[in-house]
Design a protein around this ligand. Structure first.
Ligand code: SF4
Ligand code: SF4
Length: 355
């Protein structure tokens, strides 16, 4: 059902509770089933034919944000998202995936994105870099995309955006694992990006992750390179192409999104942007590599109520340190944290704040 490699990880996790306190889904649901250990145990039982992979089990595999907090904390190097993602492939193939998940997959097949709408275009010509906007920003955080483009213009960077930007494949990969459909989607996207011959600046770190981690493995490397929009903006600040603003006298805390934190280990650029936007900085208890997830666009798509609670948990982390200003530079975290901004608190888009 899952590969030997994934099964090896599941077999190790099934004995272990060491990372259970870090799982944001377990925090909010309080369900033992929502620990990496329990998911490993289920898959181990299926392998031993002690239990059948059924709808309930498939449901359990989707109660995970693929946030990698468990992997990051694992002293022995095991990776629950590896077996959870493969179990999702099995769930889809054997028609056991939840209806809400299948609805999103249908949307991706029809429109290229989970939202099931035509992706708004940001097309423009430019000669220095290609900006990849991504589905979440285009549909749910278009102001953030516009702010990034205006910021680049202000810094004298000539930015191109594809009129019809293909999906990167990251959303489908999170929904159904790295199947042939996802690889085909990635191939189309890589071809379109490579045809421009421009270095690619990627707004959503989730897209940047698949482009840098999976595309090369599948033979679709982006030849001119991929940079996150946060790292690129911080570089413009360091080069003096963007000016720092006067202090605002406001203290804020940066939320590190899952994939910047645990795939790219990129923390400083967002903080440099926040300081340049005039904010004094404080930190939430779980930040940097340990940052607690606030949800993802994909998870919001099939379990909006739970993602709203998870995002609420991140707001609680903020208010617990006596802060009311959450600073973000990722469209998916913007989308999730926007769901439940507590009274008196503010969610700030750092690209907009720097304008
Ligand atoms: S990821 Fe590591 S710490 Fe977490 S359950 Fe598996 S073996 Fe234990
Ligand atoms: S990837 Fe995140 S949500 Fe999934 S089991 Fe690990 S800690 Fe929990």
């Amino acid at each position: 059902m899952i590969s030997q490699n994934a099964l090896h990880h599941a077999e190790k996790c099934r004995f272990c509770w060491m990372c259970r306190h870090l799982c944001p889904v377990q925090h909010q649901t309080g369900k033992e089933l929502n620990t990496p250990r329990a998911k490993g145990l289920l898959l181990s039982m299926v392998h031993k034919e002690a239990q059948q992979f059924d709808k309930d089990m498939a449901q359990a595999m989707y109660e995970c944000l693929l946030c990698d907090a468990c992997t990051n904390d694992c002293a022995t190097g095991y990776q629950p998202p590896l077996f959870i993602r493969e179990a999702r492939t099995e769930a889809v193939v054997s028609e056991l995936a939840p209806e809400s998940v299948m609805h999103l997959i249908d949307n991706v097949e029809r429109t290229g994105n989970i939202y099931g709408v035509e992706k708004p275009g940001f097309g423009r010509e430019g000669t220095d870099v290609l900006v990849y906007i991504g589905e979440a920003a285009a549909v749910k955080a278009p102001e953030m995309a516009e702010n990034l483009l205006k910021l680049l213009e202000k810094a004298g960077v000539s930015a191109k955006v594809l009129e019809k930007e293909p999906a990167s494949g990251v959303m489908l990969g999170d929904l159904m694992g790295y199947t042939e459909e996802v690889r085909q989607m990635a191939a189309v996207c890589a071809k379109a990006l490579n045809e421009t011959k421009l270095p690619v600046v990627v707004l959503d770190s989730y897209d940047a992750e698949i482009m840098t981690q999976k595309y090369p493995e599948w033979g679709f490397e982006i030849a001119a390179g991929v940079t996150t929009a946060t790292a690129f903006t911080a570089k413009l600040l360091a080069e003096g192409k963007l000016e720092a603003k006067a202090p605002l006298g406001v203290t804020g805390a940066c939320h590190d999104d899952d994939r910047l934190a645990r795939t790219f280990h990129e923390f400083e650029p967002v903080r440099r942007m926040a300081k340049a936007a005039g904010y004094d900085l404080t930190e939430m208890f779980n930040h940097g590599k340990l940052a607690k997830s606030c949800g993802t666009a994909v998870a919001w798509g099939y379990m909006p109520e739970l993602v709203t609670r998870i995002a609420g948990g991140r707001w609680t982390d903020l208010t617990r340190i006596g802060c009311d200003t959450m600073l973000v530079a990722n469209p998916e975290t913007w989308q999730c944290l926007s769901l439940c901004v507590p009274e008196g608190c503010r969610l700030v888009d750092l690209f907009g704040a720097l304008l």
